[in-house]
Design a protein around this ligand. Structure first.
Ligand code: XMP
Length: 512
């Protein structure tokens, strides 16, 4: 097992993910972890993540000094490299050329990290994101690769088995990054790489049992991949101590409610409460136009309804949620962390402080495709695990401006046609997520001999591997015109269709 000490980078969990992909068990802990705890965890090696701070600032984070006395291999990435260097007697300076994004390094030597991956003399592509850089190496270190902006792009202390990279090997934009990490974990730390999703399942079940004991758990089931996997995992761990609550907020896709109820009640034998709360949600959302207020309102109501249902079934001690890692990282500042709030995901940022139930979040460290793999491991049908993600706030964040039942009904019609055509064209599994957005814009059109003055809608489809970045799906124009035709002809009230071609970043996947 490997320990990852987190210094607050947006991509720390990608390190964990790359390690899991190569069959290595790891845990991510804050850099403030005590030496005692680290020693008790007995890792085979430690990785220092990147982070937003600057080593040149007085109060910036440092790794516990004790880790340098444990005789373990250490890999420092970006900020992690800089603190490693600074703590071992090197010098880091700010204010030099900043490098962000794609960069090239020249491999000037060999070391155990580059073995079999990067050859001496090669020029290799990497992904950089830094402002500061090391100017004087600590004793015992040598340079293995350099770039224009970072003469110490990869450094090594072979004797102590300490390594540092200025670039991020954990992101896919560093083409051989995973192989470099594997050299660290397998070659240098001696991990065997036999950890699997089956092992994760067994560990997750054990962790749930340890946390919950004989307590009762309710789980908000939305029918999406995440909450469905949580429900089945919890059911496997604690059986009828689990009750699932499906809240219909009136902002689901067409036909979704029936499907959820029959699947989980009949097929999985899970205790399920179906609550139609559409009046409550739509009532409270009336007139709300600010996206963050919408998200927070929905988050608050979800919890209120859960608490009500929990009282009805005689109380529960825990609330289980399908929070994934990208949900956590993109709203960490809402919970006091150093990153910037992009959106308050309703299952993270919207939780009221006085919530009376404790949380069970078994997927908190995973990315979507890992959750899908876990679902398959649990024997769940492809129709559920292969589903496109659907956000907790539902259609509310696909209706810019105020949300009404009529608008939701209109959007459901558009969405159904779009998804129907995507399935018919055999494209569903090639797309990460596809959906329609109802625009708060009316435009002039002509139908038959008459003038129309109706609403416009946007279609969105993206490819992604984890939802943190996304690219537009390149439909054939003939497909788009076919869908647009059907929508304008079949949905009264819509007379214009646009296709959103924005990637993430700078856009986000959802419109709000
Ligand atoms: P964004 O729009 O932030 O979306 O690029 C990234 C992924 O997260 C989904 N999403 C949510 N999922 N609760 C969720 O469970 C939320 O509040 C939420 N907001 C966005 C989004 O659909 C995409 O897959």
């Amino acid at each position: 097992r490997i320990l990852i000490l987190d210094f607050g980078s947006q991509v720390t969990q990608l390190i964990a993910r790359r390690l899991r992909e190569s069959g290595v068990y790891c845990e991510v802990w804050p850099f403030t972890a005590s030496a005692q705890r680290i020693a008790a965890f007995a890792p085979k090696g430690i990785i220092f993540s990147g982070g937003p701070a600057s080593v040149t600032e007085g109060a910036s984070p440092r790794a516990p000094d004790a880790v340098f006395g444990m005789g373990l291999p250490i890999l420092g990435i970006c900020y992690g490299q800089q603190t490693l260097a600074a703590q071992l007697g090197g010098t880091v300076e700010g204010g030099h050329a900043r490098e962000f994004g794609r960069a090239f390094v020249d491999v000037t030597a060999e070391c155990a990290i580059t073995q079999g991956v990067w050859a001496k003399g090669a020029r290799e592509e990497v992904w950089m994101s830094h402002g500061d850089r090391i100017t004087v190496l600590p004793p015992g270190f040598r340079v293995v690769a350099e770039s224009e902006g970072a003469p110490f792009a990869l450094i090594a202390n072979d004797e102590r088995r300490y390594y540092g990279t200025m670039f991020h090997p954990e992101v896919v934009h560093t083409p051989h990054g995973a192989a470099l990490l594997k050299n660290f974990t397998h070659g240098i730390c001696g991990c065997t790489g036999d950890w699997t999703m089956g092992a994760f399942r067994a560990e997750a079940i054990q962790r749930i049992r340890d946390q919950v004991g004989s307590g009762r758990v309710i789980c908000g089931l939305s029918g999406g991949v995440d909450s469905s996997v949580v429900a089945v995992l919890l059911h496997e761990a604690i059986g009828d101590q689990l009750t699932c609550i499906y809240v219909d907020h009136g902002l689901m896709r067409a036909g979704e409610s029936d499907q959820v109820v029959t699947t989980f009640r009949d097929r999985f034998n899970i205790r399920l409460v179906h609550r139609d709360a559409s009046d409550l949600f739509l009532g409270q959302l009336a007139g709300v136009t600010d996206p963050e207020v919408k998200r927070k309102t929905i988050g608050r109501l979800f919890i209120e309804v859960f608490e009500e249902e929990q009282r009805k079934i005689g109380g529960a001690d825990f609330l289980a949620q399908g929070t994934l890692y990208p949900d956590v990282i993109e709203s960490v500042s809402a919970t006091g962390g150093p990153s910037v709030t992009i959106k308050s995901h309703h299952n993270v940022g919207g939780l009221p402080k006085e919530m009376r139930m404790r949380l069970v979040e078994p997927l908190r460290d995973l990315f979507k495709d890992e959750v899908r793999a876990l679902g398959r491991e649990l024997g769940m049908p492809e129709a559920i695990v292969g589903r496109h993600p659907f956000p907790g706030p539902g259609l509310a964040i696909r209706i810019p401006g105020d949300v009404t039942r009529e608008k939701a009904d209109l959007l459901r019609l558009v969405d159904t046609i779009y998804l129907d055509e995507i399935r018919k064209a055999g494209l569903y599994d090639k797309i990460w997520q596809a959906f329609a957005v109802l625009l708060p814009v009316r435009t002039v059109g002509v139908m038959g001999d008459g003038r129309t003055y109706d609403q416009a809608c946007a279609l969105r489809a993206v490819t992604s591997t984890d939802g943190m970045t996304a690219d537009v799906y390149p439909f054939e124009m003939s497909f788009l015109t076919r869908v647009a035709n059907r929508i304008v002809n079949e949905v009264r009230g819509i007379n214009r269709v646009t296709y959103d071609i924005t990637s993430k970043p700078p856009g986000t996947i959802e419109w709000e």
